[in-house]
Design a protein around this ligand. Structure first.
Ligand code: ZN
Length: 423
């Protein structure tokens, strides 16, 4: 038990500082009911009080500003527990953002703080030559009966434990406790990462406060099990259409079967040899796969159309235009339509700040498979990596947990890096 210095009014437990009627912590924390972003006013006296069943993702616990307080200087393991215990399903991050903003004002007064919707940003404003940005999303997927958190041995179970409140806790802890960094530091806690890109909080900050995203290296503390994942693949989806001529299947010689014609599309996919390419020490494996097929009119009709949807995941040394040209080449002579695409991100690990990060953490880089917010930074010209304590295989599962040893290790490695000068 500790004291925040506020006349002994607060107790400290599990990384949370709360008022003394703390026996009712669970009750008050989960005893308020929120109805989405618009209705959120909890902690400012207007939240409807009411019973809230744990695990009901549409009812979100309120930290209650001035009620639950994070202790950023506590062990990040305890801070993780505290953050997991404030539910923050996408769009409902106001309570956790309030608590985090309040804690940063109180415990990281050396940082300039910006609140943007449900995102909280903090940065130093010194004259060091390099800037490191640490980022984490505050939202989680819908709660699955897995709140409040449970501590079992060295594991913390609970919604968002791995993805990615452990990472958020490490960042917030470092924001408040790294005293003599070798780099300027920016921390970005943002909303709505787990939902459609149009709502992504980082994309909104990019539009409203782009200067806050300037850095020499961005580290997203997404779950990677302590492995450093750099860059990411690009993705392209195309539809390859085969045409035929419709006829009664009893007189099939009068028609031309489009599904049979699509066999040629599948043959080319089967024969395709995907490329492997190494960039900055990371191996990227490409893939060209049929992910959908559609055709057929009725049980007695020779079909006149068949569409094969093909997904190309490509290494980041190709642009979208080059990837498109490559796919067109594979399907030469066929009708190909591009339906969507997203650029990959080069790892950028050859830059001095990134090299210092590799040296300080001893982490061996691996290619990131899948598209992540790392790509946003890459598009801004900021080398970006994923490096966090959670386990990616547990993300979004009902059994989600984080190993506390990974949290301690990640916090130690990042702290060591932040005080190590660029090479
Ligand atoms: Zn995540």
């Amino acid at each position: 038990m500790g004291d925040s210095g506020n006349g002994g009014r607060y107790e400290r437990k599990h990384g949370v500082v709360f008022e003394r009627d703390a026996d009712h912590y669970r009750v008050t924390e989960f005893g308020r009911q929120l109805r989405g972003d618009a209705g959120y006013t909890a902690g400012r006296g207007a939240a409807a009080a009411g019973a809230c069943r744990l695990g009901d993702e549409r009812r979100v616990a309120s930290s209650g500003v001035g009620n639950i307080k994070f202790d950023l200087t506590a062990d990040p393991v305890d801070l993780t527990t505290a953050m997991v215990d404030i539910p923050s399903v996408s769009g409902m991050e106001a309570a956790i953002a309030d608590a985090l903003e309040e804690a940063l004002h109180r415990q990281a007064p050396h940082l300039e703080i910006l609140r943007d919707g449900n995102a909280v940003l903090a940065r130093s404003a010194g004259s060091r030559l390099t800037r490191v940005l640490l980022a984490g999303h505050l939202d989680t997927v819908p709660v699955a009966g897995n709140l409040p958190s449970r501590r079992v041995g060295g594991l913390i179970y609970g919604c968002g434990a791995s993805d990615m409140k452990a990472g958020d806790a490490v960042i917030a802890h470092l924001a408040a406790t790294v005293n003599h960094p070798a780099h300027e530091i920016t921390c970005v806690f943002y909303d709505c990462e787990e939902v459609m890109a149009a709502r992504n909080g980082l994309a909104r900050i990019e539009r409203s406060h782009p200067e806050w995203l300037e850095a020499d290296l961005a580290i997203l503390a997404e779950p990677t099990n302590g492995v450093l994942e750099a860059g990411c693949q690009g993705t392209l989806r195309v539809v390859v259409s085969a045409e035929g001529r419709r006829a009664h299947s009893a007189r099939s010689w009068l028609g031309r079967n489009a599904i049979h014609a699509a066999g040629e599309v599948l043959d080319r996919l089967n024969a395709y040899q995907p490329r492997r390419v190494e960039i900055d020490g990371c191996e990227y494996r490409e893939g060209l796969q049929a992910v959908g097929i559609e055709g057929g009119v009725a049980g007695n009709v020779v079909p006149d159309a068949c569409r094969v949807t093909v997904n190309f995941r490509f290494a980041p040394d190709r642009t979208v235009a080059e990837a498109t040209a490559h796919v067109m080449d594979v399907f030469t002579g066929m009708d190909v339509e591009v339906i969507d695409s997203a650029a990959g991100a080069l790892p950028g690990l050859h830059t001095p700040t990134a090299r210092a990060f590799l040296a300080a953490t001893g982490a061996r880089p691996a290619a990131k498979y899948g598209w992540t917010d790392v790509s946003r930074f890459a598009a801004l010209g900021v080398p970006a990596v994923n490096f966090g304590p959670g386990d990616p295989n547990l993300a979004h599962t009902k059994e989600e947990y984080v190993d506390t040893a990974r949290i301690t290790e990640c916090a130690d490695l990042l702290r060591h890096f932040l005080v190590s000068p660029a090479q």
